[in-house]
Design a protein around this ligand. Structure first.
Ligand code: B16
Ligand code: MG
Length: 222
């Protein structure tokens, strides 16, 4: 049987850290004198920290010196880290552990492919780190999603051909990155928004063992 690999995004797929990112960005915006809304926070999903700050400053029509920019990047992350400090396994999204356990039992290699530079401590906090054979995150990439780099590095680390990898993603840019890598893309969330995905599910409760089995045995892309 051809070896397959499974790659998971973090925020919006394994845990909902978007709410903590929002609180930290909202606080910074307030300090800078403007409102940042939950709707605007949607634009930040799957986007790097640096790019998020650029968008935030655009929203507030604020011009920053390099020094201010760097200070605000650090400040936002310090606030975000204070929120994730309190995270535990109760914050794992529904049925994610069942899917990870199923794949582990079948000895399927598993990687994380996230834009976050805080991915490892978050997985540690929620007790899921042992499931992952490779962690590829914002510290390992030079190009952000929709560039396929993050998933291609994950495939390489798992020693699996990209066309035999399956990616779970909640962001449009993430689905585009998986498709660009030639991988099977599975959208988690709104199917209308993630309409470029090969398959769509609202969350992992809809992903049956039979479906996982079909992905494991399927002739993949390529
Ligand atoms: P950090 P993902 C992304 O996570 C978030 O969706 C995005 O909102 C955040 O800006 C980005 O990580 C960077 O996070 O500030 O922790 O490095 O969806 O790629 O897992
Ligand atoms: Mg995400």
């Amino acid at each position: 049987m051809k070896k397959v690999g499974f790659i998971f995004d973090l925020d919006g797929v394994i845990v909902d850290t978007a709410k903590y990112h929002f609180l930290a960005w909202h606080k910074l915006a307030k300090e800078l004198g403007f409102e940042f809304t939950k709707e605007q926070n949607e634009l930040f999903k799957g986007v790097s920290r640096k790019r998020c700050l650029e968008i935030l400053l655009d929203i507030g029509s604020i011009k920053a010196t390099q020094e201010q920019f760097d200070t605000w990047m650090v400040e936002k992350n310090v606030d975000y880290l204070a929120y994730i400090e309190k995270m535990d396994a109760s914050e794992i999204l529904p049925d994610v552990p069942r899917v990870l356990k199923y794949l582990k039992k079948k000895n399927i290699p598993i990687a994380l492919g996230s834009a976050s530079k805080n991915a490892k401590p978050i997985l540690e906090k929620v007790d899921l780190l042992p499931y992952f054979d490779s962690i590829v995150d914002g510290n390992n990439v030079t190009k952000a999603k929709p560039d396929p780099e993050v998933f291609l590095i994950a495939a390489k680390n798992l020693s699996v051909d990209p066309s035999s990898c399956v990616v779970f993603e909640d962001a449009v840019a993430g689905i585009q990155a998986a498709n660009a890598a030639g991988m099977v893309s599975i959208g988690i969330g709104d199917a209308e928004i993630l309409n470029e995905a090969d398959y769509n599910f609202t969350d992992f409760t809809g992903i049956s063992d039979d479906f996982l089995e079909s992905l494991i045995n399927k002739e993949h892309k390529g």
